[in-house]
Design a protein around this ligand. Structure first.
Ligand code: AP5
Length: 210
C-alpha cells in the first residue's frame, strides 16, 4: 500500500484539495485535525487531552497522534493507502509513519504567511458533509446551501481566530517545516503554489501524482 501526504501551513488548502482529489486517487482522506475535533466533541480521553493544545494553537503530543493513526490505518478503507491531511507534523511523527505505511508523494501546498489569517478567519464548513467554504474566496454557489450535499447547516472552528492562527503558524514554522528537508532528501517532495485559483492547484496536484 502507498499513501500520500498533503503538507502545508494552516489554511494552505490541504482539506479543500483533499476533498477534490479523493475520487481521482481512490484514497480516503485521513485528517488528524478532523479526528481530534471528533474526539473533542465526543468527550473521549483523547479529546479532553487534545483540546487544551488545540485551543492554544499548539501541536498535540506525538504519542497521542501516532496512536490515532495506528488505529485509523487498520480500518478496511485504508487497505490500499490513504491521503494524510495534516499528518505528519513533526520528525517523530514522520519516523513513526515510515514504519506504518509507504509514502509515495508528499504534496507541499505553499501559501505566504500574509494570506493565512484572512483564509482561516473566513472559513466555514458544512455541518453535515464537512465541505470547506470561505466567506469571500470560496462561498457556496447558492447562499446558505452546501454545494456538495445541499445541507443548510454550517459551522466555524473554535481555533479559527486571529490569535490562535499566529500560534498555529509559529508551530508550523518551528516544528513542521523542518520535515520538508526530511522528505526532499527522499525525493518524494512536490511543491505546489497554493496562492492561486483552487482549480489550478487541483490540476497541478493531480499532475504531480501521475
Ligand atoms: P488541522 O485541522 O489539521 O488544521 P491546520 O493544519 O491548521 O489546517 P487547516 O485545516 O486550518 O487548513 P487547510 O490547509 O486544511 O485549509 P482549508 O482547505 O480548510 O489542525 C488543527 C489543530 O489540531 C492543530 O492546531 C493541532 O493542535 C492539532 N493537530 C492536528 N494534526 C496534528 C498533528 N499531526 N500533530 C499534532 N497536532 C495536530 O482552507 C482554508 C480556507 O481557505 C477555507 O475557507 C478555504 O475555502 C479557503 N481556500 C482554500 N484554498 C484556497 C485558495 N486557493 N484560494 C483562496 N482561498 C482558499
Amino acid at each position: 500500500m502507498e499513501s500520500i501526504v498533503l503538507f502545508g501551513p494552516p489554511g494552505a488548502g490541504k482539506g479543500t484539495q483533499a476533498q477534490r482529489i479523493m475520487d481521482s486517487t481512490g484514497l480516503p482522506q485521513v485528517s488528524t485535525g478532523d479526528m481530534l475535533r471528533a474526539a473533542v466533541s465526543a468527550g473521549t480521553p483523547t479529546g479532553i487531552e487534545a483540546k487544551k493544545y488545540m485551543d492554544a494553537g499548539q501541536l498535540v503530543p506525538d504519542e497521542v497522534i501516532i496512536a490515532l493513526i495506528k488505529d485509523r490505518i487498520q480500518e478496511a478503507d485504508a487497505v490500499n493507502g490513504v491521503m494524510f491531511d495534516g499528518f505528519p507534523r513533526t520528525i517523530p511523527q514522520a519516523e513513526a509513519l515510515s514504519g506504518i505505511t509507504e509514502v509515495s508523494h508528499v504534496i507541499a501546498i505553499e501559501v505566504p504567511d500574509g494570506k493565512i489569517v484572512e483564509r482561516i478567519c473566513g472559513r466555514y464548513t458544512c455541518a453535515d458533509c464537512g465541505a470547506v467554504f470561505h466567506d469571500s474566496f470560496n462561498p457556496t454557489t447558492v447562499e446558505g446551501k452546501c454545494d456538495s450535499c445541499g445541507s443548510g447547516q454550517f459551522k466555524r472552528r473554535a481555533d479559527d481566530n486571529a490569535d490562535t492562527v499566529m500560534s498555529r503558524l509559529n508551530a508550523y514554522h518551528e516544528q513542521t517545516s523542518p520535515l520538508a528537508d526530511w522528505y526532499r532528501l527522499k525525493g518524494i517532495f512536490h511543491v505546489i503554489d497554493g496562492d492561486r485559483e483552487i482549480d489550478h492547484i487541483t490540476e497541478d496536484i493531480l499532475s504531480a501524482l501521475k
